[in-house]
Design a protein around this ligand. Structure first.
Ligand SMILES: [Zn+2]
Length: 455
């Protein structure tokens, strides 16, 4: 009998492969971080001698979810309900400038604990002190792309292209391939075309990519047009960004020709749908059905605990689908199977990892989760003829229904117990750092010059 590290099984396996393989009482056998085989639990039990066997009755075994745009920030829930630019300028940027490495380490541990609990095994992060976020990911066991967020205004003092190059040289491809480092220019209105061009050139040279915000607001498009005489997508094309791996968050205000161009560039350029953030910040509604119809590469992301305010990809799938149905006056649009695909295969493709993650197939990385159906909000369960499993996952499940999370073959959580993070310790650390960060950001004053009207 062949040995393996882990046999993880449950009442229903959803492989999310091209053939949409579904196995009643299915399992994956894992060795050396890779999936050896996905198949029936009974058969795999006879074929392999696993070091650890996990079986969850009435659970769904499926690929780990992939968050294709987020920020590992520490100050969730502060000074809410402001317009986007005021919120950024009066609250977010002053705090961002005060982060010290330990604050970011606390933010990363908090974020990653939440991701593991919610069944997210891979994410792309754009924020500060990527070295600290990587320090956290080495401990937590997740898979991530880290993209230090730089602005023209703070290139000399905070994150920068040159410091990112150093991080790429130190960390890109480390931890058995779990860690990648890309460039993180903030947005076309805060980073010059020259810096975008330099980042794109270096990304090409160093085998990295670009992660940026794009066409998030009408104001951004207007500003960029006035400044450069072209729209933000044209600015990206001119700078060579669309010809290297690039993850473009939001993309709400795209023209038809923008969408056609991004579809042509689908092998390098990916658009990310951030529905809850877009709703909360009143940014607008992205034309996702048209992106998909045109053939764009599309992923799904949470955009951080600041703008969302959670990292629950089940929520993102559900709200993202509902938003499109209402906006398009069409209940058939963006069906649940398509939303689940965006959160797995779509986001994996967006991060240029489709050959490694996003589905349960032999040879792929063992990024696998189990979602328990043993809760009334997920009943009744129809396994087969008919099956309502995908419907329940997208329309009824929550992050807290995930009971097991495995990344790169390592069990990060089972039965809801985290194995790589001491949550109590992290909670105390987060409380301490969050208080300190706030006090340093707004010494002796309330940040917003004008409070929103009380209801
Ligand atoms: Zn963002």
């Amino acid at each position: 009998m062949e040995t393996c590290d882990l046999l993880l099984g449950g009442s229903y396996l959803l492989a999310m492969d091209d053939g949409d393989t579904r196995i009643r009482n299915g399992a994956v056998a894992v060795r050396g971080g890779r999936i050896l085989e996905a198949g029936s639990f009974e058969r795999l039990k006879k074929a392999y001698a696993p070091a650890e066997t996990i079986w969850h009755e009435d659970s769904v075994i499926m690929p780990g979810l992939v968050d294709a745009h987020t920020h590992e920030t520490l100050t969730r829930g502060l000074h809410e309900d402001l317009p986007l630019m005021r919120w950024l300028e009066e609250v977010c940027y002053p705090i961002e400038g005060q982060y010290c490495p330990e604050d970011l380490y606390a933010a990363a541990l908090m974020t990653q604990a939440e991701l593991i609990r919610g069944g997210v095994t891979t994410f792309i992060d754009i924020f500060r002190f990527a070295g600290e976020a990587i320090r956290a990911v080495r401990q937590t066991g997740l898979r991530g792309i880290f993209t230090p967020q730089f602005f023209d205004a703070t290139e000399d003092t905070l994150e920068s292209i040159d410091r990112t190059v150093e991080l790429i040289k130190t960390y890109h491809g480390t931890e058995d391939g779990r860690v990648s480092v890309w460039f993180g220019p903030h947005a076309p209105y805060s980073v010059s075309p020259e810096r975008y061009r330099r980042a794109a050139e270096l990304a090409g040279k160093l085998g990295a990519g670009i992660h940026t915000h794009l066409c998030e607001t009408e104001d951004e498009v207007r500003t960029v047009r006035q400044r450069y005489g072209m729209d933000p997508v044209a600015m990206m094309q001119e700078a060579g960004v669309l010809d290297v791996p690039c993850v473009l968050a939001h993309c709400i205000y795209l023209t038809d020709s923008n969408i056609r161009l991004l579809a042509e560039k689908r092998d390098t350029a990916a658009l990310v749908y951030n529905p809850i953030s877009n709703l909360k910040l009143a940014d607008g509604i992205a034309r996702v059905p048209e992106w998909l119809k045109a053939g764009c590469t599309v992923g799904l992301g949470t955009d951080s605990n600041l703008s969302n305010n959670g990292l629950d990809m089940f929520n993102e799938m559900r709200i993202g689908g509902y938003m499109q149905k209402t906006f398009n006056h069409d209940a058939t649009i963006m069906p649940c199977g398509q939303m689940l695909r965006l959160a797995t295969r779509g986001s994996a493709a967006a991060l240029k990892m489709e050959d490694k993650i996003g589905s349960l197939e032999a040879g792929k990385c063992a990024d696998v989760i189990a979602v328990s159906l043993k809760k009334p909000h997920l009943w009744p369960i129809y396994y087969e003829n008919p099956s309502n499993i995908v419907e329940q996952l997208v329309y009824s499940a929550r992050a807290s229904d995930v009971i097991t999370t495995v990344c790169n073959g390592r069990v990060l959580m089972d039965n809801g117990v985290l194995r790589t993070i001491d949550e109590e310790e992290v909670f105390a650390f987060v409380q301490e750092r969050a208080a300190s960060l706030y006090a340093r950001s707004f010494p002796g004053r309330f940040p917003c010059t004008e409070k929103p009207p009380a209801d």
